[in-house]
Design a protein around this ligand. Structure first.
Ligand code: DGY
Length: 324
């Protein structure tokens, strides 16, 4: 009999969690929806380990309902859904999945960037609905990318990957956040402050984590500072953008367009957004490649296996718990 019980809050690639089967009795939520809080609490009450999603709130109440918990592994790199301090206070290690979804998410940022500035979705819709009457010199005119300025807000792993991918388009890169020697060296990128980035960039791409400091970083004032020809791309976290202010900025032409993969009130979308044709809306698919989602599962399982056996997991978010 396996010594531990593990609950996985939603089906994830099975390949990943296979190694856990040797160590634990694993139950997976096979419903095609996230569990309600009460359902989740019922499932985790006897569990030693949990693999959860960014849609699960891993907070004080959750920990209260999981008294045997020895570790929690987030199936995501972002971890704003976890109260890490609370976990640390209780001596429970928690982990995330950095590295394995970097390229996938950076590619998605580019996909949204092109889709919005070259009106790919609008022209696809016209073709499908038979509204397209043939080649028209004045139809679906967008903005090109080559030679323009790309602004990266948050030059971490994903922001850096997105910036490096710009090399083929001869772009200038500006970024705000910690100094990034790789971008400085390879792209002669310029580190600037947030306000300067907003005024210089033709494309502003968000790659900062959601924290109390970055919540609504993009507000009315930020949109007013951007060029009216600029585009905003967000593959990070929805609440970094004040969506009501974004809708106003898009309606009033304060900026040219936006490509969004994440939303302030996910999965609900601020109503004005869906009426606008200068936005492209994706369904939080930044990491949605077979490889990335499989590797995320493998990494989450590795992290959890380490925690169950009393070892520091490779991607520990609160290593302090192992100092005790
Ligand atoms: C993450 O990992 O944080 C993404 O939002 C989902 O893969």
């Amino acid at each position: 009999m396996q010594p531990f019980r593990v609950f996985v809050t939603r089906a994830i690639p099975d390949q990943g969690i296979a190694e856990l089967y040797e160590l634990a009795a694993v139950e997976v939520n096979l419903l095609d929806r996230p569990l309600t809080r009460q359902e989740l609490y019922e499932k985790v009450k006897d569990c030693h380990g949990v693999i959860g999603l960014l849609t699960d709130s891993i907070d004080r109440e959750f920990f209260d309902h999981a008294p045997k918990l020895m570790g929690y592994a987030n199936y995501a790199v972002g971890f704003d859904n976890i109260d890490v301090n609370e976990a640390t206070k209780r001596g429970i290690p928690v982990s995330n999945t950095p590295g394995v979804l970097t390229e996938a998410t950076a590619e998605m940022a580019w996909a949204l960037l092109f889709a919005v500035c070259r009106k790919v979705v609008a022209s696809d819709a016209a073709v499908r609905s038979n509204r397209w009457k043939g080649w028209n010199p004045l139809e679906f005119l967008g903005q090109g990318v080559s030679g323009k300025t790309l602004g990266i807000v948050g030059p971490g792993r994903i922001g850096t990957a997105m910036a490096l991918m710009s090399a083929g388009f001869s772009m200038q890169v500006v970024y705000c956040g910690p100094q990034n020697p790789l971008l400085d060296k390879k792209l002669k990128a310029k580190r600037v402050d947030f306000e300067t980035l907003l005024t210089q960039a033709d494309f502003v791409s968000i790659h900062t984590p959601l924290t109390e400091k970055t919540r609504h970083l993009f507000d009315e004032k930020a949109f007013a500072a951007m060029k009216p020809t600029a585009y905003l791309i967000n593959t990070a976290r929805g609440p970094v953008v004040d969506e009501a202010a974004l809708v106003r900025a898009l309606e009033q032409g304060a900026i040219a367009g936006a490509g969004l993969d994440v939303y302030e009130f996910e999965p609900n979308i601020t109503p004005g957004l869906t009426r606008l044709d200068n936005v492209v809306l994706a369904a939080h698919t930044g990491s949605a490649t077979v490889r990335a989602r499989t590797d995320m599962a493998i990494l989450a399982a590795k992290n959890l296996a380490a925690m169950l056996t009393g070892k520091k997991p490779p991607n520990c978010l609160n290593p302090k718990v192992f100092d005790r």
